[in-house]
Ligand binder design. Structure first.
Ligand SMILES: [Zn+2]
Length: 200
């Protein structure tokens, strides 16, 4: 298995329109692809490019903004990338389903604790989207939830696009939902869920 961190992204750095299919046969090593390099002696994650390694790269390459609108977010490695982006002054906003924020492994409270604003629907219907707008110019969308099961078990797809007509429609939808899910719009009885929601 390749262990040369210097060459890890050379042929994969550019954003190209493509479809990522899951499941991956192995979990990609986050540190190898987007961190400071993998220092594990016997890394149990793969250093071969796969769909998750591409997703890591897309998210880590954000320069200005990450608008994440995904039904369920439980994958800690993907949560790490949002926190890192936030710390690097990328504007990160997250929308997810209100019934998914307290499930096992949910990253939502951790993201909020780090100061990332997260909004949810306030409805018995599902906030079932799975898309991310990167820097207002690139889009990832498909069936893929941010869960370990989606990465290594489920049949899933994630389409990477930079067609501005399509990207701008998703951006507009995100802005519409962001306003709609503003906790200030909710009635008092549900405000307790948003006590530590960061000011955005
Ligand atoms: Zn590794």
């Amino acid at each position: 298995m390749c262990c040369d961190n210097a060459v890890r992204n050379n042929d994969q750095k550019q954003f190209v329109e493509e479809v990522l299919f899951f499941p991956d046969a192995q979990i990609a090593c986050k540190e190898f692809f987007v961190g400071d390099g993998c220092r594990r002696l016997n890394c149990r994650f793969t250093h071969e490019h796969n769909s998750l390694s591409r997703l890591y790269t897309f998210l880590a390459d954000a320069k200005q903004s990450l608008d994440v609108c995904v039904f369920v977010i439980c994958c800690a490695d993907l949560g790490d990338l949002l926190v890192t982006a936030h710390k690097n002054n990328v504007r990160v906003r997250v929308i997810c389903d209100d019934e998914q924020i307290d499930i096992t492994g949910s990253q939502i409270w951790r993201l909020r604790k780090e100061g990332i604003p997260v909004r949810t629907d306030n409805s018995s219907y599902l906030m079932h989207h799975k898309f991310v707008v990167i820097d207002g110019t690139h889009l990832l969308t498909g069936s893929f939830n941010w869960t370990r099961q989606a990465i290594s078990g489920n049949q899933e797809n994630l389409v990477a696009l930079r067609n501005m007509r399509i990207v701008s429609q998703f951006s507009s939808e995100f802005e519409k939902l962001w306003k709609e899910f503003d906790p200030k719009r909710y009635n008092e009885s549900s405000l307790h869920r948003y006590e530590d929601l960061p000011v955005s």
